[in-house]
Write a protein that binds this ligand. Structure first.
Ligand SMILES: [Zn+2]
Length: 52
């Protein structure tokens, strides 16, 4: 799941690594334009369960 760089707004950057745990998906990104590194956590929301 690609993301936009929050530092320079470069679009459509693919994750360099990622994993899922429970219903959370985490991805790590490194911008090829400015070198900024950030991570995202997304709730997959596929199971209809409240997060504890
Ligand atoms: Zn950037």
């Amino acid at each position: 799941m690609n993301d936009n760089c929050p530092a320079c707004t470069r679009p459509d950057i693919p994750p360099i690594t990622g994993h899922t745990a429970g219903n959370q998906a985490s991805h790590l990104y490194r911008c090829p334009g400015c070198g900024h590194i950030w991570a995202t956590n997304r709730d997959l929301g596929a199971y209809g369960q409240e997060a504890a």
